[in-house]
Design a protein around this ligand. Sequence first.
Ligand SMILES: Cc1cc2nc3c(=O)[nH]c(=O)nc-3n(C[C@H](O)[C@H](O)[C@H](O)COP(=O)(O)OP(=O)(O)OC[C@H]3O[C@@H](n4cnc5c(N)ncnc54)[C@H](O)[C@@H]3O)c2cc1C
Length: 376
Amino acid sequence: MVAPMLETDLGEGVDEQEMYLRNLTKTLLLVGQSRRQSVLGGSRPVCQTKMTAHLTADVLKRVSDAYQSLSLEGKVKAVATLGDLMVEEVKAKGSSSSSSPSVKRLLLSLPLQETDAQRLISCLPRLHQLGAACRDDGVVLAVDAEWTYTNPAINLMTLALMHIFNRGEAGEIVRPVIWNTYQGYLKAAVENLQEDLAVASLLGSDVSFGAKLVRGAYMERERAWAAEQGHPDPVNDTYEDTCTVYNRMVRVMLEEVARAGAAAKLQGTASSRAVMVATHNEESVVRAAELVGRLGLDPQGGDVVFAQVYGMAENISVPLAAAGFLVYKSVPVGTVGEVLPYLSRRAAENRAVMRGARRERQLLAKELAARVTRRG
Ligand SMILES: Cc1cc2nc3c(=O)[nH]c(=O)nc-3n(C[C@H](O)[C@H](O)[C@H](O)COP(=O)(O)OP(=O)(O)OC[C@H]3O[C@@H](n4cnc5c(N)ncnc54)[C@H](O)[C@@H]3O)c2cc1C
């Protein structure tokens, strides 16, 4: 699983087509490499991507405000319109101008300024190219969750990609190519997940859905931003609350996978739901693994997978794999400058993570001592 370290924050993104083309080229290269170098047998490589590598955080924020103002039906219409425009823009070779029919159509379903609608439309051919490469190469595209002020737009764009790439050509069900990410540290996490599941279902019974479940990496920034804006804190009050919400999201998705798997068996089709339990938390992993067993899910089928960051939580990845589960390691890829914001987030992660790291060190020391004793 590769994670290109390409992202921007508010005020950082120069709306420069050349930079986005460079980001696309780098990501496409990784998609190709993950296919060629995959050692996963029947399972699929995964490429992560951040929407702020494809559109500025400032535009994403305004698109988020517009998308959030819509009812569920309005959201379904906006997603379907954006997906349809994605296909049409590829055919038109992205030549839409600010007053083009595409912009007018988008504005009918999403209350945006014309210039923002035009910018959103201008990134559609690039997103289409990425989605098509993943579909053609058998690679999963996992879109990362970012900040609460950009996430609704990320959901909109990712669902639009699902509308195009998570369905077969003749309406047959295919395994999800595009997966979205949900952050358990948010008070609204379960509702966010359930809303997107509802949007995907309303787009069509043949639209499949994949979810990567994480606790969330921007806690301090989220809290500071909410305080600055005078908004209520979107993050759970305690670490324990985040764990409860995270485990609830895992249950929601595992039950979805079980339901979709049963339907697929009956109809002789592919299964339309998949989940990645992306965490270093031992308790969440054990709970998820137990539920996989209780629901009778196939740990090798690829519809339920686990993931940790490369170089972290080997004490979780190794026993999981040994127990027969599919485990991915997310490998950050980029220049030093690109990787630094990511590394600083990992370093700034709270005491709970440090507790995990301490436990990992203790386990490593124990294993080392056992090996030395065995040799002696
Ligand atoms: C494969 C993979 C992909 C990832 N992709 C993303 C992504 O797309 N977007 C993203 O945001 N993150 C992503 N992450 C990072 C993830 O969100 C977490 O930051 C990281 O995994 C630590 O959480 P944990 O569940 O592993 O472990 P734990 O150590 O059990 O949990 C730490 C987490 O708990 C939460 N937390 C800690 N203290 C408190 C508190 N006082 N109150 C409320 N909550 C608290 C925070 O989210 C913190 O990061 C990814 C992680 C992995 C392994």
